[in-house]
Write a protein that binds this ligand. Structure first.
Ligand code: EPU
Length: 446
């Protein structure tokens, strides 16, 4: 993701607790994949609770370019997809979406099945590491795809269709697991994927594919077995709630000494987060009725320093890290953060230091678990000394989750900060300005 737009500014008068109720909708990182899955069906699909975020607009645009008719339903957040006229899209038109998102890479399998050809523009997404797609391409090649790297993007064909295969991921990548699922469900024969990612969003995608007629078995030890079928039908689905957005508001409640009820949040996907929240000294209360959610609050007293190591599911999500680090600046003692999923996801801490935090970053694997980045000279660990009084400072948002952490820091800091580039936050947080207002934050457009 490129540098933030400096015209898109939020003026934040910080120093007051966030208090009130907001609602989360379907998970960004499931909804966008569910939209791609709709391409695979012979009949229309319907998705509920879709958040109005930029990433959804991008995927909708790409689907429409490929002839999928996307219509808004009667309920807010309801979208229908009619894939009966899927067609090749014009490369120039696809390229309008170059650099906007990472989702286009997941169009490979569905387009190869429907058209025998896929053109994938250059990918975007947050600049938090190299984010290669080698696992994706390796898996597709093993299934029979021919990948041609052209100056404008990837040109992919499958002269003999896609075949089931046995493939082991070098690392349990979320995107590569989804790639294999979306390609294997209609491939000839059985695909066995080893070292697969098993994030709740992936399980929900599997649930969608099963509704469509796919046969997918999730075995122990990260093994997923997919029996290819000839046809898939459309689905109707209500996605799992966004556990990253939920954690972001929970961290904001803690960092500002506030009390936030996140309607729609679900405990099952957030166990690891809730454990750490408790250890830091945050409080939560779960209402698991159908219209329930989770209330998160700062119960008073001092927060406690903790060790936080990010990991693939069921570990502590990398996307929970940045918002929680802001809360950790308020904890007494030395907190240790070890980021093991992305090699460059700590750069945002410079801005927190400018606001008065004391965060030192390291190349070593702090925290005890050696990871892929320790020997490769990446700054991927941090020590946070707290508590620190945060003071207003102007900041430029570097990426989606770091951006939300900057926003939380500005809300927690005494004084007025300008937060530049809030457009990036719109990629993943629906209506966040209205939600801030609902929580009593004093913010205005710059
Ligand atoms: N990786 C490779 N080669 C590949 C694919 C991945 O080396 O071919 C590496 C990556 O470089 C990274 C690690 O594997 O170090 C994990 O990457 P993964 O593929 O799991 O991430 P992703 O699918 O690109 C999704 C989410 C991210 C989230 C990660 C981890 C979407 C659109 N994005 O990314 O969400 O952090 O999984 O859970 O689903 C966000 O929402 O802000 C976000 C960045």
């Amino acid at each position: 993701m490129e540098a933030a737009l400096t015209t898109d500014v939020l003026v934040v008068h910080g120093g007051s607790p966030l208090r009130g109720q907001i609602r989360v909708r379907g998970a960004k990182n499931l909804v966008s994949k569910a939209m791609v899955a709709a391409l695979l069906g012979d009949t229309p699909s319907r998705l509920y609770d879709v958040p109005a975020i930029r990433d959804v607009e991008i995927v909708r645009g790409l689907l429409e370019l490929h002839g999928v008719r996307v219509t808004d339903g009667e309920l807010p957040g309801e979208l229908s997809f009619d894939p009966s006229n899927v067609e090749r899209a014009n490369v120039d038109e696809i390229n309008v979406h170059a650099g906007s998102s990472r989702i286009p890479i997941l169009f490979c399998g569905p387009l190869l099945h429907k058209l025998g050809h896929a053109f994938i523009p250059d990918l975007g997404g947050c600049n938090i590491g190299g984010r290669p797609i080698d696992f994706h391409l390796q898996a597709l090649r093993e299934m029979g795809a021919v990948v041609d790297k052209t100056p404008s993007g990837l040109d992919i064909t499958a002269p003999n269709g896609l075949q089931g295969t046995k493939f082991e991921l070098p690392y349990p990548s979320v995107g590569a697991t989804e790639q294999v699922l979306l390609a294997a469900v209609r491939a000839h024969g059985v695909t066995e994927l080893r070292n697969a990612a098993v994030e709740p969003e992936i399980m929900d995608l599997i649930a969608i594919l099963q509704k469509m007629g796919a046969i997918i078995n999730v075995h122990t030890d990260r093994v997923i077995e997919i029996e290819g079928v000839d046809r898939l039908r459309g689905y109707t689905h209500r996605p799992i709630p966004d556990r990253i957005e939920t954690a972001s508001w929970a961290a904001a409640a803690l960092a500002t000494g506030g009390d936030v009820y996140v309607q729609g949040a679900r405990q099952a996907d957030m166990m690891t987060f809730l454990n750490l929240y408790t250890k830091v000294g945050g409080a939560f209360d779960i209402d698991d009725s159908p219209t329930g959610g989770i209330r998160f609050w700062h119960p008073g007293g001092e927060l406690k320093a903790v060790l936080l190591e990010t990991d693939v599911h069921p570990g502590f999500m990398t996307d929970w890290q940045q918002p929680m680090v802001v809360a950790l600046t308020q904890a007494r003692g030395l907190s240790i953060v070890h980021e093991t999923v992305y090699e460059r996801r700590l750069g945002y801490t410079d801005a927190l230091n400018q606001m008065g935090a004391t965060i030192q970053t390291y190349r070593e694997c702090l925290g005890g678990t050696p990871c892929r980045f320790g020997r490769r000279n990446f700054t991927h660990s941090a020590v946070i000394a707290g508590p620190s009084k945060l003071i207003a400072h102007d900041v430029v948002i570097p990426d989606l989750r770091a951006g939300f952490s900057h926003l939380i820091a500005a809300l927690a800091a005494e004084g007025t900060s300008k937060v530049y580039g809030v457009e990036l936050i719109r990629r993943g947080y629906e209506d966040f300005e209205a939600k801030l207002a609902a929580l009593g934050a004093s913010v205005e457009k710059g």
